[in-house]
Design a protein around this ligand. Structure first.
Ligand SMILES: Nc1ccn([C@H]2C[C@H](O)[C@@H](COP(=O)(O)O)O2)c(=O)n1
Ligand SMILES: [Zn+2]
Length: 184
């Protein structure tokens, strides 16, 4: 039997991990995830955008259109990249890569640079026109942090919790069809 050919490539795997982390975000409008990977292709930190620990969701705003900036989320929310760096499980993250759904803002760019991350792989650059993004690129260019866009081969990666059961069943030729219904 030959090995599978439709397995995830490394970039897909790490970007998908970032997107899975984003599913934890409580931000009603934009959920962002980030995944930091070391030189051995080991994930050493994952994060998503959220309120700081202890800042209760009921007490802090998720809106963004109030004239009073204290009533908007931007004052409080921690970005996915920041959380991924803070969540790292190793002291040294020099020469790591960070996979992130959106191009990092200038504040995250500072954190990325200071932590020693050397490459940013992003999916969307939809805020390219904003000064925060221009500033990020200016800093990355100045210090030699590489950045490149990830172009997915598959627009969707489906996680089906039932699949593990189906695969096992398929390896058992005698399994009655009626039992397979339990896993549908
Ligand atoms: N690179 C980024 C960009 C944005 N975020 C977070 C910050 C907010 O929670 C949300 C953006 O909200 P929007 O202005 O689209 O309503 O995404 C991030 O974590 N990393
Ligand atoms: Zn940011």
């Amino acid at each position: 039997m030959n090995c599978r050919e439709d397995y995830l490539e490394w970039d897909e795997y790490f970007m998908a991990t970032a997107f899975l982390a984003a599913k934890r975000s409580k931000d009603p409008s934009t959920q962002v995830g980030a995944c930091i990977v070391n030189e051995d292709r080991v994930i050493i930190g994952v994060g998503y955008n959220g309120m700081p620990k202890g800042c209760e969701d009921g007490e802090f705003p998720w809106g963004k259109h109030s004239d009073d900036s204290l009533k908007n989320k931007y004052m409080y929310v921690c970005h996915a990249e920041l959380n991924a760096v803070l969540n790292k499980n190793t002291a040294n993250i020099k020469n790591c890569k960070i996979y992130v759904a959106l191009f990092p803002c200038n504040e995250c760019a500072k954190v990325i640079i200071q932590s020693g991350i050397k490459e940013v792989i992003y999916l969307s650059d939809k805020h390219a026109h904003k000064k925060t993004t221009v500033a990020s690129k200016k800093m990355f260019d100045a210090v030699g942090v590489r950045y490149r866009q990830f172009v997915p081969k598959h627009s969707k990666i489906v996680i089906d919790f039932n699949q593990i059961n189906w695969d096992n069943m398929n390896q058992l030729p005698d399994t009655p069809i009626k039992n397979r219904k339990d896993f549908e």
